[in-house]
Write a protein that binds this ligand. Sequence first.
Ligand code: NAD
Length: 412
Amino acid sequence: MNPYDEINIKLLEASSHISNKVSDGTLEMLTKPWREIVVSCPIKMDDGNTKVFTGYRIQHNAVRGPYKGGVRYHPDADQNEVKALSSLMTWKNALVNIPFGGAKGGIQVSASELSKSELRNLTRRYTLSIDKFLGPNTDIPAPDLGTNSQTMAWMMDSYGSIHGYTPAIVTGKPVELGGSEGRDSATGRGVVFIIDEICKKLSLDPHKQDFAIQGFGQVGKWIANIAYQKKYNIVAVSDVKGGIYNKNGIDITELIKHYEIEKTFQNFKNVEFITNNELLTTKCDFLIPAAIERVINNTNADNINSKFVIEAANHPVTPDAEKILESKNISVLPDTLVNSGGVIVSYFEWIQNLYQHHWEIERVNSELQKIITKAFHEVFDKSEKENINYRLSALSIGLDRVIHTANLRGYI
Ligand code: NAD
């Protein structure tokens, strides 16, 4: 089954928990992207040869506002993967109640194998190939796996070369170019807000929990950093090459310094080296996948050894794995809620750009906390009231909002 089918399975299950009446035709509309753009991006490589990369921008649904979602550079970012991620953006933006629809972009490329100038040329070619479908009130990209603030600076510049200076065309830009304070840490900060809220609700002391985090990029590194500053015990972290473990906790401040220089965990002191599969099956309280999708699947779900799975990555748990986790009483906090901090602060960045205004970091973080905490309580309360899991609760809240807006606009 491809990832898009898997997201639609989850969605159809959630549709039986919504308060709006929904017809089969409406559900069909909500499970099909509105527009799928596929582009070929030829670029001249440093060695003089030309190479062609395939890029996508999938605009899933714009009932509630302009399309919004990241751009991923990864060899597996094919059309079905990008479609799945675009759909998740629709439900995430509706759940946290910000005025955006859902979209996602991607290029099938291993970004680490390209030089800086090759990446810049590829980003320009991709942006110019889709520029007619973008705009601050049409579709606003952001960073995701394999892309970062530099990628957004190149996208903004390429779009601006045709349409003039338009900072609101992308979010996640460098602060010097109109990016928001706190956008780099926003997704990780949001994840820690969610952990704190679930601990409060269930009367757990977060200082007595063990945390294991897969992924040490923009999301995983910030989760580790913020949680460590709060003195939480992080027993394991990993990147694509493997991970490290220490039952008594890893010194994350030292690890970040080491990783920035070495770009690897190798030679870090006082830790045991483990594989990614060992990280996922480590005994801990909070397992936080923050790398790629479908890492918890029917091959390893039986061996997951945590109390919670906190989906910082998008779609890290397949539907069949989720059933196994449920049978083991492991609670899954879903991606649409957990990693929404990134798009919430992207929303703040977009507002700041439209008003040519600059918010202080304290304002960004406190507004983020307000929005994500409200969404957490809505998901938690509905889940308790209707005795359904957190994912069904989160997806059905998003679905209800999209259907209601579609009704008001006269689509259905
Ligand atoms: P990133 O490229 O900055 O970092 C990815 C990390 O995952 C790296 O440490 C990499 O080494 C590791 N990784 C890659 N492949 C792996 C594999 N096969 N096994 C184990 N680790 C692997 O990406 P990111 O921005 O941190 O995104 C991570 C996840 O969070 C993605 O699912 C993304 O869609 C989601 N997300 C990101 C944001 C954001 O603001 N960046 C917002 C919401 C959701």
